[in-house]
Every structure is written in structure tokens, then in C-alpha cells.
Design a protein around this ligand. Structure first.
Ligand code: GTP
Ligand code: MG
Length: 148
């Protein structure tokens, strides 16, 4: 089954939205494979957002990610990468539909509370970067109740 890297950014943590985010992924039927609350080193944030290095907002983005703890998570399930992006909503919260996380809880693109991998390839890279120790192993009991 597919896995994605989901991260509640410092603003989401500070604003008390950890439970709200987890609730939405959990209720959908996806299941959690890893989770930690951690402060982020500058070099680690730079590596995570390496593809955006040439963007004018890169420096501010790295500073933002390092400004308070983040919640790093791996979620698993069928099409979780693309469906996770739908649950999150468009990058700019003013363009995110109501009912999505960004559409419901934020306003500025530079304070958009959550990250989700944009492809299966990115997810593999990001999971390796954030969870070099590996993931939790278990057999979710919801499986036959979610999948035909
Ligand atoms: P992530 O899930 O966080 O990767 O967002 P995304 O995939 O929807 O967008 P993208 O990867 O293009 O950008 C990564 C992050 O950079 C966004 O989530 C924003 O926090 C930030 N960002 C993107 N565009 C802008 C911008 O124009 N201005 C500012 N200030 N931040 C931006
Ligand atoms: Mg992205």
C-alpha cells in the first residue's frame, strides 16, 4: 500500500490543530505508521524543501519550518498521496475549497499549516529523510472494514 509524508507545520502545532489533522486522515480510513513532534534543524528543513531552493520565498519558508516544533507523520492506504493532497487542499489557502484542511483553517500561503508529499517518489524521499529509524509495524484491524 502507498505511503505519504504528512507534516503539521509550526503554525498548525501552535494553533492547536494537531488533533484536527489527525482526525481527518484517521476518519478517512488511512492509518498511521509513524509520528513524532520535533524541532527542525535549518539544514534538515533546507533538505526537505530542496526543490524550492531557487524560489524567492525559500529562506522565509525554511525559517518558518524551524520556528517551532512540527508533527512529522507517515500515513498509509490506497492512493494516500493524491487523496491526502485533496484532503489538505490547494497550496494557497485562499484557493483551497472549504472542507479541505487549508480551506477550513488558514489564510496565507506562508502559514498554510500542513505539508503533504506531492508524488509517490517525493513521499519515499521525504519518509527516508524524516524517519531514518523506520516505521511502526502492525496489522491494522480496520483493514477488511475499509477495503473490499
Ligand atoms: P507542501 O505540501 O508544503 O509542499 O505545499 P505544496 O506542495 O502545496 O506547495 P509547494 O511544494 O509548491 O510549496 C511548499 C510550501 O512553500 C507551501 O506549502 C508554502 O508554505 C510555501 N510557499 C509556496 N508558495 C509560496 C509563496 O508564493 N509565498 C510564500 N511565502 N510561501 C510559499
Ligand atoms: Mg510541495
Amino acid at each position: 500500500l502507498e505511503q505519504t509524508y504528512i507534516m503539521i507545520k509550526p503554525d498548525g502545532v501552535q494553533r492547536g490543530l494537531i488533533g484536527e489533522v489527525i482526525k481527518r486522515f484517521e476518519a478517512k480510513g488511512y492509518y498511521l505508521r509513524a509520528l513524532k513532534l520535533q524541532n527542525v534543524e535549518q539544514a534538515h528543513a533546507e533538505e526537505h524543501y530542496i526543490d524550492l531552493k531557487s524560489k524567492p520565498f525559500y529562506g522565509g519558508l525554511v525559517k518558518y519550518i524551524c520556528s517551532a516544533p512540527v508533527v512529522a507523520m507517515v500515513w498509509e492506504g490506497k492512493s494516500v498521496v493524491s487523496t491526502g493532497r485533496k484532503i489538505i487542499g490547494a497550496t494557497n489557502p485562499l484557493a483551497s475549497e472549504p472542507g479541505t484542511i487549508r480551506g477550513d483553517f488558514c489564510i496565507d500561503v506562508g502559514r498554510n499549516i500542513i505539508h503533504g508529499s506531492d508524488s509517490v517518489e517525493s513521499a519515499k524521499r521525504e519518509i527516508g529523510l524524516w524517519f531514518p529509524e523506520g516505521l511502526a509495524e502492525y496489522k491494522p484491524h480496520i483493514f477488511p472494514w475499509v477495503y473490499e
